[in-house]
Design a protein. Structure first.
Lengths: 261, 362
């Protein structure tokens, strides 16, 4: 019998909530001397799987992984950082509290971090970057269902306007190195792809189209403000809207590593 | 040793006749990995059977096992006079039989529906006499070597295993271990993981494997895949080899998580040995305890804690009763997970990636 057989490296561990306004999470590789990656799940809430895929990938061995778990009951529409019921907590505030707690426990640097989101998690990630650009070092938004377009004529959450044509957020998010990733077969329109007229009119009907619209809109907004930052878009060949498939067949984590690590 | 001459046929005619007889026989689940085309002779008398030897037998009396599970999982009816292909193996089943591989090829019993032949030494008061069989002979290849399950088991994979391995152990037979395994496999599969499942010890039967597969396991294997009809009486070293072999199979299938079941209760010798050896070698990342009642949960968690194996959760039959669950939680300080929680992808992930407490409540 060989004890070496069971050498596994660092796998995620579950961290329970300390208070109702702090999300549970799965963490891996937490060390103070390396960057932090926050990875946000989609509507299936597969935070554990996301944490594990990153944790066991060689490119992320020197990265502290934090994958929060936003339950519907406590954090409402976490994708839009909006609550739906009294007593719920906005997901962006909850994430910041969580990071502060983890930083206190493990000494990891969370002042600025790398941010990844898949599907609903990509929705939250790009919006978090808009509202908290000082915290996001690099951003990777993968397969978001739809976006808050960087347009002040569209009220949040469809755009970044306040309803009177003024921006709700500053332009600093444009300076965050941003990569938008989507499968080239992520074109199916099912009940999980919202078809609000405000979204369809400005972003199209499917995720592939919407990703392209976001990148175009962000580039145009940066141009209008004289900002140099431009998000880039990557399409994963042969994959649709499935995180596991994107990792296994689309080399998603390799692309994420190139852009976040 | 004498070679039983089936007829006046000789050479290839005899082999052809044996092949036809084998094809007509009811072949049991435990023999599913055996290449029966290698069978060329039927040998009997003067030889001492070994666990794993493949035999052709005839049913002489129908008893407890009225059916035999075939290699595809179907439980087919048995009739007196049926010829069956099964393997010798010991049986340890407190609610059925205690039975051992006999020291001769005389009459014995079918002691498990998956196809295990042994001689019964004790039985539970509520079960019928075992189904009796007449051993027609052991199957041998052209060189006279007896076909044995060990020759058809997977090779050992000494340095390979899935990234996370969860062991499910229980307070006793029928404490809900297999249901717990299936529930956890289902929940983890739904949460995006590729889950492999294995039954490391017990008596050969497809039921548990089909349950694991039905729940969503990408691959389900058991000790019969490592060359044993049963693990009762198997040495600790060999239990370790079985464990490594099966975990290697699951790793080869790219399983992210393995959920492995160790049969019977903690007080069963092989279960205790495997747990202790596994703990010493770090084979299991977490343990989940299936208890039939609160008292079993309390004792089992203490037993495990004394060996440094505090469970991450308690489940099993006790979880079906809210009152019993509360008793168990009070007694152990460990959360009881219901079947619906195991099947829930988020709850299952929480359980599997939890860090166990340092100790069990006094």
């Amino acid at each position: 019998m060989n004890a070496m057989m069971m050498s596994t490296g660092s796998l995620p561990t579950y961290r329970a909530s300390t208070t109702p306004d702090v999300p549970e999470c799965f963490v891996a590789n937490l060390r103070p001397d390396q960057p932090v990656l926050v990875a946000i799940h989609g509507i299936s809430r597969n935070a554990a799987e996301i944490a594990m895929r990153f944790a066991i990938h060689p490119a992320f061995r020197q990265v502290s992984i934090i994958a929060p778990l936003f339950t519907r009951e406590r954090f409402g529409q976490y994708q839009q950082m909006r609550t739906r019921k009294p007593g719920q907590t906005q997901s962006d505030a909850a994430l910041i509290r969580l990071l502060e707690e983890v930083a206190e426990e493990h000494g990891v640097p969370v002042t600025r971090f790398r941010l990844f989101g898949f599907s609903g998690g990509a929705q939250m990630a790009h919006r978090f970057a808009m509202f908290h650009p000082e915290r996001v070092e690099r951003l990777c938004a993968v397969s978001a269902g739809w976006y808050s377009l960087p347009r002040t004529d569209l009220a949040y959450p469809y755009g970044i306007g306040n309803g009177q044509g003024d921006p709700l957020v500053g332009p600093d998010f444009l300076d965050i190195p941003t990569t938008v990733i989507v499968g080239n077969r992520d074109t199916r329109v099912d009940e999980s792809v919202r078809q609000d007229p405000e979204i369809v009119e400005h972003q199209g009907r499917n995720r592939l189209r919407r990703a392209r619209c976001y990148v175009s809109a962000a580039s145009a907004y940066a141009d209008s403000l004289g900002r140099p930052g431009r998000p880039q878009i990557l399409t994963l060949h042969g994959v649709s809207h499935d995180f596991t498939q994107c990792v296994a067949e689309g080399e998603l984590l390799e692309f994420v590593a190139q852009n976040l690590v | 040793m004498t070679i039983h001459d089936l007829s006046t046929f000789v050479g290839s005619d005899r082999i052809a006749r044996l092949s036809a007889r084998i094809a007509a026989a009811k072949r049991a689940f435990t023999t599913r990995n055996v290449d029966l085309t290698r069978a060329a002779r039927l040998a009997r008398s003067d030889r001492v059977p070994r666990a794993g030897d493949i035999i052709l037998a005839r049913v002489t009396t129908i008893g407890q096992h009225r059916r035999i599970e075939n290699i595809h999982g179907r439980r087919g009816d048995l009739y007196v006079g049926d010829e069956i292909i099964v393997a010798y193996g010991n049986r340890y089943a407190p609610d059925q039989f205690e039975a051992y591989v006999p020291e001769d090829l005389g009459p014995c019993e079918l002691v498990a529906g998956g196809g295990v032949a042994a001689r019964v030494t004790a039985k539970h008061a509520r079960v019928r006499q075992a189904t009796a069989i007449e051993v027609l002979g052991v199957l041998q290849d052209r060189t006279g070597r007896t076909l044995n399950l060990a020759d058809f088991g997977a090779d050992q994979h000494p340095r390979s295993r899935p990234p996370r391995v969860i062991a499910v152990v229980g307070s006793s037979m029928n404490a809900g271990k297999t249901t717990t395994v299936a529930g956890l496999v289902h929940g983890l599969s739904r949460s995006g993981f590729k889950v492999g499942a294995a039954k490391l010890t017990g008596t050969g039967s497809g039921g548990d494997l089909w349950s694991m597969r039905d729940a969503g396991a990408a691959l389900a294997v058991d000790f019969t895949d490592a060359g044993h009809a049963s693990t009762f009486g198997v040495a600790t070293e060999e239990l370790g080899r079985i464990t490594q072999t099966l975990l290697g199979r699951l790793a080869d299938a790219d399983a992210d998580i393995a959920v492995v079941e160790i049969a019977d209760g903690l007080l069963h010798g092989e279960t205790a040995q495997l747990l202790e050896t596994g703990h010493a070698h770090g084979w299991f990342d977490a343990v989940l305890f299936a208890a039939s009642d609160a008292m079993g949960a309390a004792f089992g968690c203490q037993w495990l804690a004394q060996r440094g194996l505090v469970p991450v959760a308690v489940s099993g039959l006790v979880s079906a009763s809210p009152l019993a669950s509360r008793e168990a939680e009070r007694a152990t300080g460990i959360a009881v997970a219901t079947l619906s929680e195991l099947r829930d992808p988020i709850s299952a992930s929480r359980i599997v990636f939890s860090q166990p407490s340092r100790q069990v409540a006094a």
